[in-house]
Design a protein around this ligand. Structure first.
Ligand SMILES: NC(=O)c1ccc[n+]([C@@H]2O[C@H](COP(=O)([O-])OP(=O)(O)OC[C@H]3O[C@@H](n4cnc5c(N)ncnc54)[C@H](O)[C@@H]3O)[C@@H](O)[C@H]2O)c1
Ligand SMILES: C[N+](C)(C)CC=O
Length: 481
């Protein structure tokens, strides 16, 4: 067995252990074996990281947009240059297929960092002017302060980018906590970002990473230093973060769970829909807040659709990091495997498992591509986030019922409509109560467009100029003239 790696926090430009030496095991989900340890950070570590960010913040706040852009562009170049190493690290820690991680994550991440590098120089505000006789008003857009940022395990490195890039572009300093199950790639990003900060002689404390669990996250959010708390994670965690932040009225940015409806009308191109939906439902083992997880199909094509989707599931391959033609790897951790299996074990008698419905192998946390039909709107598996390679299929009779079913959950992050009827697609995009509506596609994202939900999926946007503005505050300056 190879030697255990020791991961360390990254604070003020240095890798350091937790002050009291406590650690957590880091597990390779492909094998279920411990391959590293990471710090279980406590109050002293949170204090140190916050102090580092607090010192850096005024210096970074006063930097010009041009300097912020230069930093981010250099980080993007460095990430691109070390892509293979980053992918190796991410794949060891998540079990994702190597080739897909390279093509579907590194490219977009680099592009997203470059997008925010550009955004740093394009902040918009209202025109300065005389809105009252004898007075001139100006709007200043300023960074918010130190940001406490908490990331999930499903896209560890990409979610880190979505957090630090807009925050740093806007002039904030960051303390970021990766999930306890996936700290490795975020710490490699810290090494890269720290190297660029050093090269440009910029304050080391602009970017800090501390590892730990929920309690570490709570300590960060409740710490007196940050002015803003941002989390990507479950609804439960989001509610707790909002509660913690409310104690001293910190700004909160919440990207939480999803339960995306996928509405397929009778005039859709069925073959195209089945292919797009199966990839968007099973990609990353369905551990995606926008996954195409909850299919609603018009009754006239329901049976044919289910047969085709079950075949697509049977043709979908899960397997190891370097296996060929694999769409997805293991679930992220033993708890997640238990959670996904639990939903299938508890299915009501009226449900029918059309494909999969079982674990694959006994080593690691692999689960088969699964399709379940015959479900009712109030079934547990329809109302709750499975976050696994499971697609459910329900029948609808008309547009109104499709809208009722689609909107009839507590989540409201993403949705899609499959139809050739343009007017219907436009009607549906107005009526669907989700932060994103895709038409005849599902899952693509671009840096320029906002990502974020409504209802229990949270508030605040990632990516885009909206996401950038969330990391700024607006000040009115009025002067007598
Ligand atoms: N909306 C999005 O953009 C998006 C993206 C990815 C994942 N998610 C959601 O995240 C969930 C899966 O991720 P997860 O299991 O890591 O979520 P999780 O809620 O268990 O944890 C997310 C992060 O929050 C931390 N955390 C948990 N409780 C906390 C608390 N009380 N205070 C501070 N930090 C706390 C965790 O340590 C982890 O780093 C799914 O529900 C998924 O839909 C949403
Ligand atoms: C944000 N996204 C869609 C990349 C992953 C959500 O889980």
């Amino acid at each position: 067995m190879s030697e255990l790696r020791t991961l360390r926090n990254y604070v003020n430009g240095e890798f350091v252990d937790a002050a009291d030496g406590r650690t957590l095991d880091v597990i390779d989900p492909t094998t279920g074996e411990v391959y590293a340890t990471s710090p279980l950070s406590g109050p002293a570590d949170v204090d140190a990281a916050m102090a580092s960010a607090a010192v850096a913040f005024p210096l970074w706040r006063d930097s010009t947009p041009s300097v912020r852009q230069k930093l981010l562009l250099k980080i993007a170049d460095a990430v691109e240059a070390r892509a293979d190493e980053i992918v190796d690290t991410e794949c060891r820690n998540t079990g994702k297929p190597r080739s897909l991680t390279l093509s579907e994550e590194i490219g977009p991440m680099v592009d997203q960092i470059r997008f925010f590098a550009g955004a740093a120089r394009l902040l918009e505000g209202k025109a300065a002017g005389e809105y009252m006789d004898g007075m001139t008003s100006i709007v200043r857009r300023e960074p918010v302060g130190v940001c406490a940022q908490v990331a999930p395990w499903n896209y560890p490195m990409m979610m880190a980018v979505w957090k630090f890039a807009p925050a740093i572009a806007a002039g904030n300093a960051v303390v970021l906590k990766p999930s306890d199950t996936t700290p490795a790639s975020t710490l490699l990003l810290a090494e890269i970002i720290g190297g660029v900060l050093k090269e440009l002689e910029l304050p080391a404390g602009v970017f800090n990473v501390i590892c730990g669990d929920r309690e570490t996250g709570r300590l960060m959010v409740e710490h007196r230093t940050p002015a803003m708390a941002s989390i990507t994670g479950s609804v439960r965690a989001g509610i707790q973060v909002a509660e913690s932040a409310s104690k001293d009225v910190k700004r909160v940015h919440l990207e939480l769970g999803g339960k995306a409806p996928v509405v397929v009308f009778e005039d859709a191109d069925i073959a195209e829909a089945v292919e797009g939906i199966s990839v968007a439902g099973f990609f990353n083992a369905g551990q995606d807040c926008t996954a195409a997880t909850r299919v609603l199909v018009h009754e006239s094509i329901h049976d044919d659709f289910v047969t085709a989707l079950a075949k697509a599931a049977a043709d979908t391959k899960t397997g190891g990091v370097d296996e060929e033609d694999v769409l997805y790897g293991p679930l992220n951790n033993a708890n997640q495997l238990k959670q996904v299996a639990g939903f299938i074990e508890r299915l009501p008698a009226h449900a029918k498992v059309e494909a999969g419905g079982h674990r694959v192998g006994e080593v690691g946390y692999f689960y088969a591509p699964t399709v379940v039909s015959g479900l009712n709107q109030d079934d547990e598996i329809i109302q709750n986030e499975v976050f696994g390679p499971v697609i459910t299929v329900q029948k609808f009779t008309d547009e109104d019922q499709a809208v009722d079913y689609a909107n009839g959950v507590e989540f409201a992050l993403a949705s899609s409509v499959w139809t050739k009827d343009h007017a219907r697609a436009m009607r549906m995009s107005r009526r669907l109560d989700f932060g994103c509506v895709w038409i005849n596609t599902h899952i693509p994202l671009v840096a320029e467009m906002p990502h974020g939900g409504f209802k229990k999926s949270g508030y605040g946007k990632d990516l885009s100029s909206y996401g950038f503005e969330d990391y700024t505050r607006v000040k009115h300056v009025m002067t007598a003239i």
